[in-house]
Design a protein around this ligand. Structure first.
Ligand code: ADP
Ligand code: MG
Ligand code: ZN
Length: 459
């Protein structure tokens, strides 16, 4: 019958599109700065305002960053790639088209490996292409209408698109974390999800378990944290499963994650590529990249997170958990290695960096590279413990102050009189005095009242 309920299990299928803002100083096709948070429309010029007669010039640094990202993502780098106009009308797009790449993207056919369940899994990258960002429509509360800020218009983006290879929200989060780490290691993207420098759009469909053909997908937007990636996808999986199991059909559409309501809602039905009337941009010649130029970048790639993680295991003998935390950001991994160079006890250093340091960094929202406690200073504290000047407990207790005051640990220890007394003769004398002054408690202890021991030690 119509809409007959079907009892089925479904497999989740996901492909992800990420827009990563490249860390260039200037925009993709003009010299305007890319700084975030400037007064509205202060970083604009005839090119990014789309004024008639202005002509775009390709930002060489953006191309370099795209090439380096593509190499790190195991892509083939197009020796010949061109820019295309993607036409649509929207107030934040003054030219009436976005300069993007369509038929020949700069990077294609790559992959990265992610941790999945117990093993590792390869996610294929279909393409990564350069494009410019649009401006921003600002809807002010109580205002009659919206205003447009074009500071962001023309900011270089690398759009990275995977094949539909992921099968759960956890795999998607693992992919996104892995990708973000790589881009941050390369210093081509600051990875800031709040400010929109790393925007992710999962495309999600379900298919009955065992079926080959993919189902109709929905694209999810407005997701600016890893937690929302998971929440939005888990909501969407339930929603689609309900529609399908009731005999309904999924509509191909773009849906927005609504944080307050904890649900996705339709934004628009999905356009097809032909709706955009893509065509090669006649203002920009095809970009022919020299093979040797590309290979130069390959040779200069830094050690990437996966390689660094395996080296941390072999070189420092750290547990996998520690390695995961320490290599999660390049800054933290760099910090850790500087400490270990000065203080060759890898596990002790790891405990301090993952524990005390990360706690304070999280509390102040700082990155390890901006830590007010330098590696030298942290090691200084560890050496005080090593020498027996202070106990481990005291070292842990004063760490927040070392962090917030900017004072050397030695000074804090001196000011607070926290030096640990290790001279046995001196200790015996103090103990004798305490026992002499508290005969009642000593008697109680001798009668078997164990609790008074704490009191005596405290004295
Ligand atoms: P569109 O033209 O709608 O943007 P694409 O084919 O370019 O669609 O794919 C966009 C993203 O959606 C890619 O990451 C791709 O892997 C993913 N995708 C494509 N088809 C599906 C599907 N049926 N289910 C889940 N993801 C899909
Ligand atoms: Mg798309
Ligand atoms: Zn400009």
């Amino acid at each position: 019958g119509r809409g007959a309920a079907r009892d089925m299990t479904y497999e989740v299928v996901v492909g992800v599109e990420v827009h990563a803002q490249l860390r260039t100083k200037s925009k993709m096709f003009c010299g305007c700065p890319t700084l975030f948070g400037a007064p509205p429309n202060s970083h604009t010029c005839p090119v990014c305002l789309g004024l008639p007669g202005s002509l775009p010039v390709i930002n060489r640094m953006a191309v370099e960053m795209a090439v380096r990202a593509g190499l790190a993502l195991n892509c083939t780098i197009g020796g010949d790639n061109r820019f295309a106009r993607k036409n649509y009308f929207y107030p934040d797009l003054p030219k009436g088209y976005q300069i993007s790449q369509y038929e020949s993207p700069i990077c294609e056919h790559g992959w990265i490996d992610i941790a999945s369940g117990t093993g590792s899994k390869r996610v294929r990258i279909r393409r990564a292409h350069l494009e410019e960002d649009a401006g921003k429509n600002v809807h002010q509360a109580g205002a009659n209408g919206s205003v447009v800020d074009l500071n962001r218009a023309g900011t270089p983006l690398l759009e990275i698109v995977t094949e539909p290879d992921m099968r759960s929200s956890d795999e998607v989060v693992a992919y996104l974390k892995g990708l973000r780490d790589i881009l941050m290691y390369l210093d081509v993207c600051d990875g800031n999800m709040d400010e929109g420098s790393f925007r992710c759009e999962p495309n999600l469909s379900l298919r009955p378990t065992g079926q080959q053909a993919f189902g109709t997908k929905v694209e999810l937007k407005n997701i600016n944290s890893f937690k929302y990636v998971k929440d939005a996808m888990d909501y969407e999986i339930k929603r689609q499963a309900k529609v399908l199991s009731e005999g309904g059909k999924i509509k191909q559409e773009t849906r927005l994650w609504n944080i307050e309501r904890g649900e996705t809602a339709v934004m628009r039905s999905k356009e097809e590529a032909h709706d955009y009337r893509y065509f090669p941009d006649p203002d920009l010649v095809p970009l022919k990249l020299d093979k040797e130029w590309i290979e130069g970048f390959r040779a200069g790639l830094p050690e990437l997170p996966a390689a660094r993680a395996s080296r941390f295991i072999s070189e420092y003998g750290l547990p996998e958990y520690d390695v995961g935390v320490l290599t999660s950001s390049k800054a933290l991994a760099d910090y850790y290695e500087r400490c270990v160079k000065l203080f060759n006890q890898p596990k002790t250093v790891s405990n301090w960096v993952m524990g005390e340091l990360v706690r304070e960094l999280n509390g102040s929202g700082a990155d390890a590279s901006a830590s007010p406690v330098s590696p030298e200073r942290l090691v200084g504290l560890l050496q005080l413990v090593e020498k027996g000047t202070i106990s481990l407990k005291v070292a842990r207790e004063i760490f927040p102050e070392v962090y917030s005051s900017g004072k050397p640990p030695e000074q804090i220890v001196r000011e607070k009189g926290l030096t640990q007394v290790s001279d046995e003769g001196a200790l015996e004398q103090i103990i004798g005095e305490v026992l002499g002054k508290n005969p009642a408690q000593v008697a109680q202890f001798k009668e078997g009242k164990q609790q008074v021991l704490g009191f005596l030690v405290g004295q």
